[in-house]
Design a protein around this ligand. Sequence first.
Ligand code: G3I
Length: 387
Amino acid sequence: MKYRIFFVGLISLLLQSAGLANTLQEAFSEHFLMGTVWHGQPVEGHKKNHFLEKEKAITAIEFNTITAENCMKPAALQPEEGAFSFAESDAMMAYAQAQDLVVVGHTLVWKNATPDWFFLDKHGAQVSREVLITRLKTHIRTVVEHYRGRIEYWDVVNEAIDTRWLPKQKRFEAFYKPTPWLEIIGPEYIEIAYRAAHEADPSVKLLYNDYGLHNEAKLDFTLAMIADLKSRGVQIYGLGYQGHLFIDQPALVEIERVLSKAQQAQIPLHITELDVSVLPNAWKHRAASVEDRFALAAEFNPYADGVPEEILALQAKRYSELFKLLVKYSDNVERVTFWGVWDGNSWRDYRPMLGRTDYPLLIGRNFERKPAYAAVLQVVAQQEKKD
Ligand code: G3I
């Protein structure tokens, strides 16, 4: 313990002498909020999550905003109809309040993490449009009212848009993702959701959150949807670009297009779930069986025993390039939230393929600040030199 305190102190001294800020939130205080997620409460005596205390200590130092990774999803808040359960999310709110963190609620309407009961009657048949609208409004009203005045932003609708490749026309086409929400209510479920959230807390800022916006068809469709909702008086405030990136994809110009088109459209942008995986993209194998995964491990899980320094250097370069862009567009970028605190607790290890070892964040598996951490702080230091 003593050694760790000494080590952290030494790093702080070195950063100061290099003219760098001491923490992420301090470095970007002139630009945007810096955030991370709430992974959950440590359970007394539970070996697996003793590190949650460390996560909380790091969160309090490095970040000024926090998002619920899982505890505010419908499956967590209303596992059965009418049986709302706020214990975990209330614990997160208490922590956030004590640490003076801006809170982002995630998420009210999604295809995943939503129990089947929403869509079924007691005989297991699909419910009518009217019943589902009532359930949607009740869920949103109850949850948003519970946290009225204490949550700054809500991800209201999450991941409602998909794309397909049109081979003859050699282009992508975007469309509303087929989900029970769309099938039973139609695309109006989106408008209904935003109106219900605004009614429940008129001061909360409402976001639409999605991944893959570097696909231009998806980006244009999304911006048009937001513009259309706004033109009809729906209180939708901004766009969340998740930012689950890889070292080599998507291309920087495609990311810049998201930032610049959102700015042109005057829609505030949030980077809501940032991480940069160092592993090969395995989404096409997401349904792989255990045996298949074993066979694929050499290709898709190459750093199970440790990550080479040159890979961490590439990741640092990628983060640096990304943050240069974010600073360039910081007039319209309000927040950058990482989808995790440190590499040892990230969804990347279990999705899309269970049992991998990834290193996607700025803080490593021994709670050390990685090369990417220094590279990100360096972006602000260089910017200040130019000014
Ligand atoms: O905690 C255990 C983990 O230790 C174990 O290795 C893993 C094996 O499956 O299970 C874990 O439980 C998982 C749980 O959340 C964590 O509490 C569940 O399987 C898993 O289904 C669930 O995953 C979450 C996922 O959303 C689905 O709700 C991830 O943690 C969470 O990071 C992820 O977050 C989403 C955003 O909400 C929306 N955008 C994409 C993003 C990443 O998928």
